[in-house]
Ligand binder design. Structure first.
Ligand code: BG6
Length: 460
């Protein structure tokens, strides 16, 4: 690879507000769905998490020491608007101002996710969350407030993290009173309303942030046919189209792919729309596509076989998702790892959308051990990150505008469902699910490895 290819490559690291901040009821913050959801006994909740809220200065020092050029983090919607809309909480805005200013002082580019799973609970209570059109406008007010406050400092914006997960996860969307077909219908209504909200954010970003870039962070599912049988190939195409491209097409092209729209209508799952939506959906488009990639999957033709061991959003009557037999599996990486799949995902996204790309999540979950001497030897994570980064470098060398790579995660943080037993961080946070200990930070071997890699690339 030519040295100049990586000159502007954004080596980053990622996190999200509810997974690291803690202080869930501090500083005027209101409750969100991730605070009110049911947490299994023995698993940590959002109240302390990694306590970034009280450690932010020391944590940003760690970012500086790591040498990253970008830090992707999210803003907590209810720290800015405790009720999701209406009255602004200045203390919340001040908190993020300090963070952004410090990052810029250290020449670390803030990459800001506006909304990462933490929907204001008040919006759920009042409007049914994303089922109500009111939430579209609450999100608009929130996003516009951020562009007004930070538009002169933050260039890179992510509208919504993983809309796919928000559609399907009750923990995130807060919809508890719909089951079966009614819930399935709700999933697509949520998708549609989020797409409209996102377009309003695009509009304001384009108006208020000069040279700003905004787009979604897709939970991109790279799906191979389980065999060369045409029925399996068709199943894999359908799965990718439903799980990944439908949402991205809404963000970029402003419409649901024709075949998917046809199927949703046939199944009485097509969302309720209004005529005036078309104009909004098609007038604004994403400037870049961020995506999160952990593993790949396979699909086989639907045969009615039991798939209850799969997450609900993978179950369908058009295909059957199965683990990729090729990837190496481990305790938490149950679908196996597949670095090549990351590069193939880059190709697929580039071919379909021709937009700059950024990898905003990629990481290895492990139950890491803090040794007595304070070290954490996470060589499997190093191997995982190295193999995936090599695939990124190949794509850059081939001329694809991949702007950066920001692994998950900076600090050990609250996992989506598993609390602190499942760790992804480059920095170890000394706590368990049930014992807060001292929350001290320890740099894992992967921290030093990434630091050296960034520094070596800078010297080239
Ligand atoms: C992504 C999310 O889906 O995966 C992160 O954007 C999440 O918030 C990450 O933490 C890993 O998932 P989990 O459930 O293992 O924490």
């Amino acid at each position: 690879m030519k040295n100049s290819d990586l000159k502007n490559f954004m080596f980053g690291v990622s996190s999200s507000a509810f997974q690291i901040e803690g202080a869930a009821q501090t500083g005027g913050k209101g409750p969100s769905t991730v605070d009110t959801r049911f947490v299994r006994p023995g698993i940590a909740d959002t109240s302390v998490a990694s306590d970034f809220y009280h450690h932010w200065e020391a944590d940003i020092e760690l970012l500086r020491e790591l040498g990253v050029k970008a830090y992707r983090f999210s803003i907590s919607w209810t720290r800015i608007f405790p009720d999701g809309e209406g009255e602004l909480n200045q203390e919340g805005l001040d908190f993020y101002t300090k963070i952004i200013d410090r990052l810029l002082e250290y020449k670390i580019e803030p990459v800001v996710t506006i909304y990462h799973f933490d929907l204001p609970q008040k919006l759920v209570d009042q409007y049914g969350g994303w089922l109500g059109r009111e939430t579209i406008y609450a999100y608009e007010q929130y996003a516009k407030t951020l562009f007004e406050a930070f538009g002169d400092k933050v260039k890179y914006w992510i509208s919504i993290n993983e809309p796919l997960m928000v559609m399907f996860s009750k923990d995130f969307n807060g919809i508890r009173d719909h089951e079966g077909k009614a819930y399935e219908r709700a999933n697509y209504q949520i998708m549609y309303h989020m797409a409209l909200a996102e377009k309003l954010a695009f509009k304001w970003c384009h108006e208020l942030v000069s040279d700003g870039m905004i787009g979604p962070a897709s939970a991109f599912q790279n799906i191979y046919p389980a065999s060369a049988a045409p029925a399996d190939v068709e199943a894999a195409m359908a799965a990718e189209e439903i799980l990944s491209f439908t949402l991205l097409d809404l963000s970029v092209r402003g419409s649901i792919p024709a075949r998917i729209a046809h199927t949703l209508k046939k199944q009485a799952l097509y969302p309720e729309t209004r005529e005036e939506d078309v104009q909004l959906l098609q007038s604004e488009s994403a400037d870049w596509i961020c995506f999160n990639y952990y593993a790949s999957l396979c699909a086989e033709a639907y045969s009615g076989k039991d798939d209850s061991n799969m997450p609900q959003f993978f179950r369908s009557q058009q295909y059957r998702i199965v683990p990729n037999p090729v990837g190496a599996k481990s305790e938490w990486m149950i679908f196996g790892t597949d670095p090549t799949g990351l590069r193939l995902s880059i190709y697929k996204l580039w071919q379909r959308y021709n937009l700059p790309l950024m990898i905003t999540e990629n990481g290895y979950a492990n139950s890491d051990t803090l040794e007595e001497d304070g070290h954490i030897h996470d060589e499997t994570r190093i191997g995982y990150l190295k193999e995936h980064l090599d695939e990124c470098f190949q794509a850059v060398e081939e001329g694809i505008p991949l702007l950066g790579y920001s692994p998950w995660s900076f600090l050990d943080s609250l996992s989506g469902r598993e609390g602190f037993v499942k760790r992804y961080g480059l920095v170890y946070v000394d706590r368990t699910d049930e014992d807060l200990k001292d929350l001290k930070r320890y740099k894992k071997d992967s921290f030093y490895w990434y630091q050296k890699l960034i520094s070596d690339c800078n010297k080239k």
